[in-house]
Structure formats: C-alpha cells, structure tokens
Design a protein around this ligand. Structure first.
Ligand code: 0RQ
Length: 504
C-alpha cells in the first residue's frame, strides 16, 4: 500500500516500532490514544512491553504510567500489564490482566471522570506528560493529522507531551477524513469562554489534529484492526429493560416533558446498552439524535434504519459486522457522525445545555438510589466510572440499569446500602431492571426506597429487602434515610463468606 505519511518532515522519522519504543524511559508518563478498543496504538506498546520484560530480566526497574482516553486492547493494556510494566494507570480500563494486577495490589489505578482528564493534565495535576503515542489514519501534505476511530484525549496528549510517537494505521479507512471535529478553543480558568455548541450536530472545530513536527521523534507505519468485540444478541432480560425504558420515554412524551424525537441519547458500553438501543430502534420515535461517548453497533443500526438522524461521540467501537457496515457506508455516514475530543463529548456544560437522556449500566444500586458502577463487593475494581458520572449529574434524565440479580441469583443487584458509591442518590433519577422501572424524581428517601424495592428488586430478594427496610424504619436513630448501620453491608459480607447474599 502507498504510504500515508505525506509530509516530508514526518517521512524522515519513519522507523520500526522497536526503534520508536526506545524513546520511552523508565518512570515516564505516557499518553496513549485509544477509547473502548478503538484507535489505540497497535505495535509500539507491544515492543515497549518486550523491552520492559528484558529490562526486568536483568534485574533493573522499568515501569511507566499509562494515560489514555478510555479502555484499549490486549496489545496495549494487556501486554504492558502482563510484564508488570504499568506503575499507574488512568483514567479507565477494562482489561482482564490490568484488572487482576490492580486488584492484587501491584498496579495503581486512578479512576477518573473522563471529562476531567484533559483539563487536569493542563492544570498540571498529574505531573508532566513525557511521551505521547497516538494512532492516526494519515499525515497529510501540510502536516495535519487525520484522526483514527477514536479521538479521546489525543489533542491534549499531542499538545502536552515533550516527545510524540505517531502510529499511522493504513487499516483505518481514509474516508474517516472529515468525520472528526476537533475544538481548539478550550482555555483554562480564569480565561474560559462558553463552548459554541447549541445542538449536538454543530461543528465547532477542525477535522484534523495538529502537532508541532519538532516534537515528533518517531513515525511507525502499521496495518492492524481495532478490538472489534462482538456483542451478544439481546437476551430476554435486556429486552425487558429496553421495553421498560421505551414505555417510560413514551409516557414522558405524552406528558409533554420530552419532544417526540426525544433528546440527545447517551448510551453506555456493553450488551444491555446495545439492547436498549435495539429497543429504541424498534420504537415509534423518529429523528432521534445522540450525544454520547461511544458509538456502538446499536447506534449504527439506528442510523441505518433512519431512526437516528445524527450521532456525536468520541469513538466508534464496533463489532466486525458493525465495522463492515461502517466501512461500506462511510461516505453517507460522514454527514451523520461527528467524532470529538472527550473533553467535548463529555463536557458538563454541553451535556447540561443539550439535555441528554443518559443510560448507563451499573453493578448495584441501593434502596435509596445510590449507584455503584465500578466495584465488586466494595473492594475489587471492575472497569471504572468512565463517562457515566459526567453524564449522570448533568443529563436531562439520568438512568441506570442492570439485571436485578447476578451470579445465578446469589447476588441481588438491589441492596440495602451500596458497597461503593459512584453516583449518589442526587445524580440518579431512574433505576431499571428487568422487573421494572423506578422513577425517583422528586421523591424523598423513604418513598424512593419503597419504589425501588417494589419495581426493581428480584422476587427472590423482595422479602429480605422489605424486612430490612421495615426494621430500619423502627430501629434507625434518624428517620430521614433509615438504616441499620451494623447490617447495611451484611449482604456483601455474607456473599464473601457463603457465596450468597441470601439469608440462611
Ligand atoms: O461478571 O464478568 O464474571 O460474568 O459483573 O456484569 O451484567 O455483564 O454487565 O457488561 O453491562 O457491565 C457496570 C460493569 C456493567 C459497566 C458495568 C458481575 C456480572 C459479571 C459484569 P463476570 P454484566 P455489563 C460509557 C459509560 C461503568 C462505566 C460506564 C461499566 C460482571 O456498565 O463498567 O458506565 N460501567 N461508562 O456477573 C457482583 C453485583 C453484580 C456483579 C453484575 N451486583 N455484584 N458482581 N456483576 N452485578 C462508557 C465509557 O465510559 C468508556
């Protein structure tokens, strides 16, 4: 294939991945591209992992900090974690090897709101960014960079890093050019101005990334695919969750609280989110829009059917089948999809102004509506908060969803008190399980508790929850948010000890 490195100054820097990886030093903070398995560097991290492994074999220390947009893939997070090469990871991961290292206590992990990352780096909160490793689709004649399938924090990494390594991936479609909207107007306080966006399909920036060529130490040509994880077909439970939500939105339209085309949709990652989008695709709503982080297959299907008029995101994260449709139809899709930096896709100012309908997955919720999205039994990380907090607090309506039970019915996802809080009761308006939907807007704690138990809990845990709640009402010293503190987390403790939350 013809080289996609069209600018002579960049062409002079073309080298192997191994040579490029030699620019990274022990202790470096390294900013990498990548968001939900898309647009991450494919080869330099692998060569870096080899170098780290060889260094460790000589008995010398070599660890780096890895900052990304969000989750990546086995050839980045997995490879570096496997050789114990990561000292600190931020802001989001979903890799099994990373998860294991974090939970065994050998890797540090800072789980950060995705909208915070770029500005915290500008403010200097995490120290100096030494190196950026960024995947791009092409380097044009004038030196501008055509972004890949995800933008994430790339603008910030390119601006802030001392040294830049570019991976130019010819596997990505050249037709991505024009699908990106990179806003260069962000400032730090006290110089901030309003971000000039009033509709989710507004273009406010330029379709390329910029980099100072003097900082580019290496250009590596690659040809590899993104993670392209397949989704499972919606199961009965996910379809029930979707049905409850569609009915709720219809009700809100009827009451005049939502327009007929709804408001911009934000949908989280995973199979349930995908099933909800499939439900919306079959619904009577039309001309919908999306203001979200990740564009999954479910949204692509909605664009294909004409139900979704436009989607704004920071990454496309597609299955192999979804990717084929995307690439075959990319000419038409370019006017319907905009990819933006994550500081914009997740910006609280914009989420509040646009009024998103935000739908995210959770691990558990408690009877008062506090939500745990990240920790298994309070101590073990699953993935991270990702963008769910950016959206939850600022959405028009913020929805959290989960099946009502997990692990073959031994776990109730509705508990007396969550074992870790990511989204407080103040940020959670609607809870949905396959059992039903609890609309918590405007309710005081005791009314919330009754509704959550009634609508969301699994029948096999309803009595146990009701019993806890009623005894709390009697025994709790405070009657605003009644609890029996010595018992509130006993369900989790019982699971750790016996393998079930069920009372013997
Ligand atoms: O365990 O993996 O061992 O089978 O948790 O559960 O049901 O497959 O859920 O894939 O929809 O993910 C919250 C993790 C849900 C996700 C979470 C066990 C269950 C299973 C996974 P196994 P499911 P999903 C946009 C927004 C935070 C980030 C976010 C997430 C595993 O949605 O990471 O929202 N969200 N970002 O068996 C113990 C419980 C459990 C439980 C389920 N109550 N207790 N284990 N499990 N419930 C995207 C970005 O920001 C990038």
């Amino acid at each position: 294939t013809e080289s996609r490195v069209l600018h002579p100054a960049f062409r002079q820097k073309i080298m192997s991945a191994e040579q490029a990886a030699a620019h990274i030093m022990p202790g470096d903070n390294v900013g990498m591209s990548g968001f939900t398995g898309s647009g991450h560097p494919k080869v330099v991290p692998v060569e870096l992992a080899k170098r780290i492994e060889a260094t460790h074999a000589r008995g010398e220390a070599f660890r780096i900090s890895v900052w990304t947009g969000a989750s990546t893939a086995p050839e980045l997070d997995g490879a570096l974690a496997k050789v114990n090469g990561i000292e600190m990871r931020l802001p989001y991961q979903s890799d099994p090897v990373c998860r294991q290292k974090i939970n065994e206590g050998t890797m540090q992990y800072a789980d950060i709101h995705l909208s915070h990352v770029a500005q915290h780096v500008w403010f200097g909160f995490y120290g100096k960014l030494n190196v950026a490793i960024i995947e791009v689709t092409a380097i044009l004649e004038d030196g501008s960079l055509v972004p890949s399938t995800a933008i994430g924090n790339n603008k910030t990494w390119l601006d802030q890093a001392d040294k830049v390594i570019l991976e130019v991936n010819s596997h990505q479609s050249m037709h991505l050019h024009g699908m990106h909207d990179v806003y260069y107007g962000t400032q730090v306080p006290p110089h901030r101005l309003p971000i000039p966006m009033t509709h989710s399909d507004n273009r406010i920036g330029v379709p390329y990334l910029q980099v100072d060529p003097a900082k580019v130490v290496a250009v590596v040509e690659t040809n590899s695919s993104d993670r392209n994880t397949d989704f499972t077909a919606p199961d009965a439970e996910s379809e029930q969750i979707a049905a409850h939500l569609v009915e709720f939105f219809q009700h809100e339209v009827k009451l005049g609280r939502l327009p007929r085309s709804l408001l911009p949709l934000q949908s989280g990652v995973g199979n349930i989110a995908n099933a909800v989008l499939a439900g919306l695709n079959k619904s009577s709503f039309e001309n919908m829009t999306a203001y979200t982080e990740v564009l999954q297959d479910g949204m692509l299907d909605m664009i294909a059917s004409g139900k979704l008029r436009h989607a704004s995101a920071t990454a496309v994260s597609l299955s192999k089948k979804g990717l084929k449709y995307f690439e075959d139809n990319i000419e038409q899709l370019r006017s319907k999809i905009l990819l933006r930096p994550q500081e914009i896709s997740n910006h609280p100012e914009l989420i509040r102004r646009l009024g998103t309908l935000s739908m995210n997955g959770m691990i558990e919720a408690d009877i008062y509506g506090n939500v745990n999205s990240t920790h298994i039994m309070g101590t073990r990380i699953m993935n991270g908060i990702g963008g769910s907090g950016d959206f939850a607090r600022n959405a028009y309506i913020s929805v959290f969803m989960t099946p009502s039970i997990a692990k073959g019915g031994n776990i109730s996802c509705i508990v007396p008190m969550v074992s870790h809080v990511d989204h407080t009761e103040h940020d959670v308006q609607v809870l949905v399980t396959e059992q039903g939907l609890a609309d918590l807007r405007g309710l005081a704690p005791k009314a919330r508790a009754k509704l959550v138990i009634e609508k969301c809990a699994h029948p096999s845990f309803k009595d146990q929850l009701t019993d806890y709640y009623e005894r709390s009402l009697r025994e709790s010293p405070g009657k605003h948010t009644p609890h029996i503190l010595t018992e509130a987390l006993s369900w989790h403790q019982r699971f750790e000890e016996t393998g079930s939350m069920k009372r013997g």
